[in-house]
Design a protein around this ligand. Structure first.
Ligand SMILES: [Fe+2]
Length: 250
């Protein structure tokens, strides 16, 4: 009787051991399969990221080409749009990351004056003061520009910069006379970067202002031309950063 129950117990132990081994083999196989899935997923992510980066590079190349085409007409501003874009991105970074995560704002900085393609040379290059009518036509370039880029989905936020880059914080700008926070933040950032570049580069009618003087002039226009929060962010950036951009993009 005792021998028989010992044998039964041994059988049971063997059965349990066999079952355990089977379970272990099954879970090892599952683990292997999961690892393969994870590796596949990692590879897919890597390829997707590479594709997204490639697409972004193509977009950027297209936008640069367009921006260069606009600037090629205006001999003395040189690489104004590229410098403004670089200054603008620094100011956006100093303001916090909300603006810098999307490439569209850089596109907007680069393309801000695209509407000037519709302004006749005789007005664009007129050395004398513009007549009222000519001035009114010139002031249409943000509207024309925003119409040009409106249908291009990947430009997104950029269209807002194109339309609102001549608005002023106190509401005296154009074309819509927006004031304060009605003006898109990206366009408020652009305004400071644009004036800063204009002040710090030579123009046919005046030499460039030193950095310190340009800084003072921008601070003076806080709350009138510029958003005070953007001026504060601009003022927090050190001279070396501005000097590096000015030396790199000329
Ligand atoms: Fe403009």
């Amino acid at each position: 009787m005792a021998i028989r129950s010992d044998m039964a117990a041994t059988d049971e132990i063997q059965r349990l051991q066999a079952e355990l081994t089977r379970h272990e083999q099954e879970s090892a196989a599952k683990e292997l399969q999961l690892e393969r899935y994870a590796a596949d997923l990692r590879e897919t992510f890597k390829q997707e990221r590479a594709r997204a980066q490639e697409l972004r590079r193509s977009y950027m190349a297209t936008v640069r080409a367009l921006s260069n085409a606009v600037e090629a007409r205006d001999a003395y501003t040189g690489k104004h749009a590229e410098r403004v874009a670089a200054y603008g991105m620094e100011i956006a970074r100093a303001l916090g990351l909300e603006l810098t995560e999307e490439p569209e704002i850089e596109f907007g900085f680069l393309l801000h004056d695209i509407g000037k393609v519709a302004i006749p040379d005789a007005i664009l290059y007129k050395p004398d003061k513009l007549t009222e009518k000519e001035h009114a036509l010139m002031a249409q370039h943000p509207v024309i520009g925003s119409e040009i880029v409106r249908g291009i989905d990947f430009l997104g936020e950029a269209a807002k910069i194109v339309r609102s880059h001549h608005e002023r914080w106190d509401g005296t700008g154009y074309p819509d006379g927006l004031a304060g926070e009605e003006i898109p933040l990206s366009a408020r950032v652009f305004a400071v970067a644009d004036v800063f570049d204009a002040l710090t580069t030579d123009r046919p009618y005046r030499p460039a202002s030193p950095l310190r003087v340009a800084r003072e002039m921008i601070v003076r226009e806080s709350c009138t031309h510029f958003d005070p929060r953007v001026v504060e962010a601009f003022s927090s950036i050190d001279d070396a950063t501005f000097e590096r951009i000015a030396a790199e993009i000329r």
